[in-house]
Design a protein around this ligand. Structure first.
Ligand code: GLN
Length: 272
């Protein structure tokens, strides 16, 4: 019965979940295939759906909630995610905020490029934000591209979003008003949140000894693709602002830094 199963699941998730009772309810709603508020109409004596225990076991084993539920909210959209693709993080919303700030009072961007798009995170959020824009998302992972295309279709954005397998901006041509990039930037020895190192794709997280290897490749590729009034926004680890700024400025462009709401440096940007 659902009442007893929820109580047992909350106990099972103690120590893994931040809020075991809430996560147990979210997993029950997912197992029933209904939104969370619909649990209000369920009776504690109703039968437990077959897949509930499986979801609880996955979460109890430390798998991130987003993978177990199969989706994660980001900015104004919900994205399908699963093992093999980086889970969208609230930190990356700082890039969309910075894009909104940049284009405020002027014309919205027409062309957007997202390097390392994962499940389409930054590109699809930006397309939802800027309804006239079209965009290209690049990723090296086939799994990520499959999620990205599926997300674009489900969100009704497929006619404005193209996705392509690629090695950063290698071979990309044209001129973009907004270039977004959340590359891997974790240093090998860095500490990560619970479940991240064990479950999320390492190729989306780690970038060599200091976490700078991918920035070194990406930054010189971006300048030639940036439109005159355009802006490039790169997510950074909070200790990397000066190093990434130096990489941008070495290519002859002035860089700016933006902090997230926690007051930590979160992006380096530069204009065309
Ligand atoms: N901010 C992420 C984390 O610490 C890393 C994301 C990334 O490398 N792009 O889990």
């Amino acid at each position: 019965m659902i009442g007893a199963a929820l109580a047992a699941a909350a106990e099972r998730l103690d120590g893994v979940a931040d809020d075991p009772r809430r996560e147990a309810r979210m997993l029950m709603a997912a197992a029933l295939g209904v939104p969370l508020p619909a649990l209000g109409a369920v009776s504690p004596d109703d039968p437990v759906p077959d897949n509930f225990e499986g979801l609880v076991e996955r979460r109890a084993g430390g798998e991130p909630m987003a993978y177990v539920l199969g989706e994660r909210g980001f900015w104004t959209i919900d994205l399908k995610v699963g093992p093999g693709v980086l889970i969208p993080r609230p930190d990356s919303e700082t890039l969309i905020e910075a894009a909104v700030e940049h284009f405020e009072g002027g014309a919205d961007p027409d062309r957007i490029l997202d390097l390392g798009t994962g499940p389409g995170t930054l590109l699809l959020a930006a397309l939802d934000q800027f309804p006239r824009a079209r965009g290209l998302g690049i990723d090296a992972s086939e799994v990520a591209l499959e999620y990205a295309r599926d997300n674009a279709a489900r969100l009704g954005l497929a006619d404005r979003a193209a996705f392509r397998k690629g090695d950063w901006a290698e071979g990309v041509t044209g001129s973009f008003d907004l270039i977004l990039c959340n590359p891997p930037y974790v240093a090998l020895a860095d500490e990560l949140g619970p479940g991240v190192r064990e479950h999320e794709p390492h190729e989306a997280l780690f970038a060599g000894e200091e976490g700078l290897d991918d920035y070194r490749r990406i930054i010189p590729q971006i300048g030639p693709l940036l439109a005159p009034e355009g802006v490039a926004l790169l997510e950074i680890g909070h200790t990397q602002a000066e190093a990434v700024r130096a990489l941008v400025e070495a290519s002859g462009t002035k860089a700016f830094m933006k902090k997230d709401l926690a007051g930590r440096p979160r992006l380096i940007g530069f204009t065309g």
